[in-house]
Design a protein around this ligand. Sequence first.
Ligand SMILES: C[S@@+](CC[C@H](N)C(=O)[O-])C[C@H]1O[C@@H](n2cnc3c(N)ncnc32)[C@H](O)[C@@H]1O
Length: 217
Amino acid sequence: MSVVSQAKREQLEEGARTLGLDLTDAQIGQLLDYGSAILKWNKVYNLTALRDPALVITHHLLDSLAAIPALGRQQPGEGRLLDVGSGAGLPGVVIAICRPDLEVHCLDAVAKKMAFVQQMAGALRLPRLRGLHARVETLEGRYDVITSRAFASLVDFVDGSAQLLTPAGIWMAMKGKQPDEEIERLQASVDVFHVEQLIVPGLDAERCIVWMRKKQS
Ligand SMILES: C[S@@+](CC[C@H](N)C(=O)[O-])C[C@H]1O[C@@H](n2cnc3c(N)ncnc32)[C@H](O)[C@@H]1O
């Protein structure tokens, strides 16, 4: 853990506490190692525009961690989760660290980003994490939760992944400002059952999760 210092550990621990997360030392260590790896391998894999470790903590790690309590309320038990357009593995790798009960598949159309996620699965000893290289429209499988962060419009996210969601499954779209226009453009077959505002420690920006499911006919 060379790039991220002790000061960053404290920043992450304090942020996690503010979010009400009771993470173990091992999980904090995995998160810091992951943040360090993003910066270390950035030139090879083209993972992030950020260069400052403090910003990786707030904008990537804490921003993703802010969704963990909400995910726990919607999916308290085990299941299969797909993170679409995952890039460096956000939020999928953070979810895999915090929720070892879930099988987490990160998906991206860019092969080298998923090579990085697969590398993280080994380095961070996360046997239930996988990096999948494919376009979402062509993927096969069934998932209980499908997430995305900074991926696409809600319509494109839902249309592209509907074939992958179990009948009782839920979509978790991480967004900035509440996307009212995108919500209006969703098909009538999609039920937006909750829009949840998030506060990210150290980040002065609007964040929300749009929770959706298929309407039962
Ligand atoms: C803006 S990045 C967001 C990455 C990450 N979720 C984050 O929050 O930092 C969007 C990602 O979606 C991927 N992507 C775009 N279209 C895709 C598709 N049809 N199927 C899978 N991934 C796709 C891109 O390669 C890119 O890595």
